[in-house]
Design a binder for this molecule. Structure first.
Ligand code: ATP
Ligand code: MG
Length: 812
């Protein structure tokens, strides 16, 4: 096996494989066979050079990638050999467990993920869940960037010094207040006075800015400190600690033992290592420098986790690598020339004019031109999904196995519509992860009961919303009754719960309505008795009592099986929670909210055949390849992604990538801020573009980029990345450029094309959105859903909706 594999390698790949001692850098583009080369190299070292397998350590990024590499090596050497293929994190964790005393940790430490951190901050320090999530991601980012708490403290000290110039510490709060008042009343003063106070005004503003910054970081550090205390008291470590402690251990006790064990180090995807990981590589190669590193700087997509692209330059310096020694491969064994040219068109925008020549255009190994890249525009996201289903159908007819087709997207939630559509059309799909767990109907219903039960002791807005859902799920109230309740809530600024427990008599609800409400109240009372149970048991009661399990046990469809698995997952989550924390309901609810906030939801169940269309985020597609790749949602704000989320709490002054800005002179604060903003934008767009490049270069033969004019009912436009590759607004319905063909399909009203079940689903969805938003006290949301819903329903329903609409307009 190894022999035949070696025979297929091209001279440069072969050169990398046969290079035996000393450092080696393979710097090559996507699909040039980097992973293949280093995997073969490991096998070659074992079989041809007689290196004992246990002396080889291969480091890579994800567990999946590690598993793949391990498997491949085994195939090549024909039997199980003990090469250690590991991720950086698990390697460090292993090291700590082997030397607990020296590392100052207990052998059976648990690993705290960002989520656990946030839960602690939220539950024990009472920090609200959004902020807790923000703090926890900031702490891990700080650790990834190798920033210590001391760095932050020094930063704050700098701020304090400025504040001292205004007054002694005791008076800052008062001063802050006074200056705010001064600023707020400034416009009331007459012109001449304003002029006289011009300089003072500047200093008030300065004080306020600095004091805000000071407080922000002081609060953050306080929380961070208490989190560190907590961790050590319960024997836990977070990911940042693993790396850091491993290094400390090696620096204190020396690298002898490690260097005895591992004499050959191989690293894949080096462009994604952070500072500490590179330090670790240095320790691993302290004695012998037998290290092979493969990297593609254009595929660096983890800067947000502290990946440090300068590491490649650092590597050259550290190991004294000359340009001639670098193995550079400019042939792709994966993609067609057309795909390669389009990808190059895109990524070269990341290079300044004087560096454009460094951006290498790859060539297909057989000089295969291939088919044009397709850009498909559609009317809306449902249409986009339908179009993809249609194209998947063609591919299947042409004989492409479904597993060789991938649909890629920027964020998990963007994949939802396509997943549903493909499944409805009968295509098996395999979804790598899906964080929309809490939004699944079966989960929402089960949780609605938990929220309602919790609402008696710990009222929350979600508790209020849940009452509506509960009635909607069980047995819908009459329309007029619903309106009466909504109206009462609005007029009396009260809650659903309050109304049905204390004011039912005043509303004139129909007899049928009263009956329904009372039966729901009864079931809640019964369930309430069970709240002394463990939450997992309480959930089982809910599943049983509400008929949820029965509902999905009826017929054996994929959807039903998935729903049951999802309910099971929720149950297992409750069990996990009970093991880690105390068993109270509000705690579990906080836990779920944090999971949601941190994108850490359990994955929804996904039942698939082996031969299924792959759906995944671009991040998860790293290193993989498919015959046909769809990159969907290539639209404004969606890709490059415009995130509403907060940036991590790291002062720009402390970040390497901003250092030069702080070292240069700016005429004013404003100029400095402008430079920071510009840098921020640039870094962000470049990283997104690299991500886009990763997406494009996953394709072997067919690449289809889709976008629609409308998402969730709001107008949208094409992604900037499409302009990068030659897209033009003025294109006609079917235009062909050199490498790209553009199709526009926006004439047909989506509605006319939809199948009946689509209408039903959409109706159902809108109805749910409508019901959910009704309790929120906000009128525009429900109205928006109502209007769409109205379009979809028949005449009879329309009259009813008219009625609600006019009632609502009366209420408001
Ligand atoms: P990425 O940058 O995406 O991680 P890579 O550089 O690691 O890609 P590989 O995944 O190793 O590239 O290889 C890409 C494809 O090319 C694989 O299908 C691999 O089997 C094939 N390949 C690699 N080298 C050769 C070769 N010499 N001849 C034929 N096919 C090859
Ligand atoms: Mg690779």
């Amino acid at each position: 096996m190894l022999d035949s594999n070696l025979a297929t390698l091209k001279p440069k790949q072969r050169q990398a494989v046969e290079h035996s001692e000393g450092p080696l850098l393979v710097l090559a583009g996507a699909g040039t066979g980097k992973t293949t080369t280093i995997t073969t190299k490991i096998a070659y070292m074992i079989e041809y050079l007689g290196v004992p397998p246990e002396e080889i350590l291969a480091l890579t990024f994800s567990r999946d990638a590690a598993k793949n590499m391990q498997q491949k090596v085994q195939e090549l050497v024909g039997r199980r050999r003990d090469v250690n293929v590991s991720t950086f994190h698990s390697f460090c964790a292993e090291l700590l467990r082997e030397h607990p005393d020296e590392c100052g940790v207990s052998e059976n430490f648990t690993i705290y993920e960002d989520m656990d951190m946030a839960i602690y901050l939220h539950r024990e320090l009472g920090i609200d869940s959004k902020k807790a999530a923000h703090y926890s991601s900031s702490i891990s980012k700080a650790k990834d960037l190798n920033l210590s708490m001391k760095d932050f403290e020094d930063y704050i000290d700098g701020k304090k010094e400025i504040l001292y110039k205004f007054s002694s510490e005791g008076e800052w709060e008062q001063l802050y207040h006074d200056y705010k008042v001064n600023l707020n009343t400034f416009h009331l003063k007459d012109k001449s006075e304003q002029k006289a106070l011009k300089e003072e005004k500047k200093s008030w503003q300065e004080f306020i800015n600095v004091y805000d910054e000071y407080r922000k970081y002081q609060d953050f550090i306080d929380a961070w400190k208490s989190y560190e205390d907590k961790k050590s008291s319960i024997n836990a470590l977070d990911y940042g600690d693993l790396n850091y402690i491993a290094l400390q251990y090696l620096d204190t006790y020396g690298t002898e033992e490690l260097n005895d064990t591992y004499r050959y180090i191989v690293v894949d995807e080096f462009q994604d290592t952070n500072y500490l990981q590179f330090e670790l590589i240095k320790r691993l190669t302290a004695r012998e420098q037998n290290v092979t590193i493969v990297a593609d700087p254009n595929q660096s997509i983890y800067a947000f986790r502290g990946a440090y692209t300068d590491n490649i330059e650092e590597f050259k310096k550290q190991y004294d690598i000359h340009e001639d020694d670098i193995v550079a491969i400019d042939v792709s064994y994966r993609s067609t020339n057309k795909i390669l040219r389009v990808s190059h068109e895109l990524i070269q925008n990341n290079y300044s004019d004087d560096r454009k020549s460094e951006c290498i255009l790859l060539k297909n190994h057989e000089d295969n031109e291939g088919d044009n890249v397709v850009i498909q525009e559609t009317l809306d996201d449902k249409e986009e999904a339908r179009k993809i289903a249609e194209m998947v159908d063609w591919c299947a007819e042409e004989g492409t196995p479904l597993e060789d087709i991938a649909v890629l997207y920027r964020t998990h939630s963007q994949g939802r519509v396509v997943k549903d559509t493909l499944q409805r059309r009968g295509f098996p799909v395999s979804v790598k992860e899906n964080t929309d767990f809490l939004k699944l109907p079966e989960i929402k219903t089960a949780l609605a009961y938990l929220y309602v039960l919790n609402n008696f002791t710990h009222p929350t807005p979600r508790g209020t919303e849940s009452w509506w859902r509960l009635f909607h799920y069980n047995n819908s109230l009459d329309r007029s009754d619903s309106i009466k309740i909504a109206e009462y809530i609005k007029n009396n600024r009260t809650t659903f719960q309050d109304v049905i427990y204390h004011h039912l008599d005043e509303l004139g609800i129909s007899d049928r309505g009263l009956e329904i409400i009372n039966s729901v109240k009864q079931s809640i009372a019964k369930l309430f008795e069970k709240t002394i149970y463990d939450i997992s048991d309480l959930l089982l009661e809910i599943y049983d009592y509400t008929g949820l399990v029965r509902q999905f046990s009826g017929s054996d469809t994929i959807r039903n099986r998935e729903a049951l698995l999802n309910l099971r997952k929720l149950y297992e989550n409750a069990e996990t929670f009970e093991q880690m924390h105390d068993r109270d309901l509000s705690g579990f609810i906080a836990y779920l909210e944090i999971l949601d906030e941190m994108d850490g939801n359990p994955s929804a169940a996904n039942i698939t055949d082996d031969n299924a269309v792959n759906l995944m985020t671009i991040h998860s597609a790293k290193g993989l390849e498919f015959d046909t790749v769809f990159v969907i949602n290539m639209a404004d704000n969606r890709f490059p992604l415009k995130r509403g989320g907060k940036e991590p709490l790291i002062p720009y002054e402390l970040m390497e990538q901003y250092r030069d800005i702080f070292e240069s002179d700016f005429s004013s604060e404003k100029e400095l801020n402008k430079a920071i903003d510009a840098r921020k934008k640039q870094l962000k767009i470049e990283e997104e573009r690299r991500l886009c490049y990763v997406a494009f270069t996953r394709a072997k033969n067919h690449l289809v980029l889709t976008f629609s004019d409308e998402y969730n009912g709001s107008d949208s436009g094409p992604s900037d990345f499409l302009y990068d590759i030659g897209f033009d607004e003025s294109f006609e319905d079917c235009d062909t450029l050199d490498d790209v063909t553009f199709y526009r399909d926006t004439e047909n009203k989506a509605k006319e094309l939809v199948m009946d079940d689509d209408i039903e689903r959409e109706k159902q969805r809108r109805r749910e959105l409508l019901m959910d938003s009704m309790g929120s006290g906000n009128i525009t949301e429900p109205l928006k859903h109502l209007l769409v819903y109205q379009e979809l329903v028949n005449k009879e329903d329309r009259d009813y909706l008219e009625e609600i609409k006019s009632n609502w307009s009366k209420i408001n």
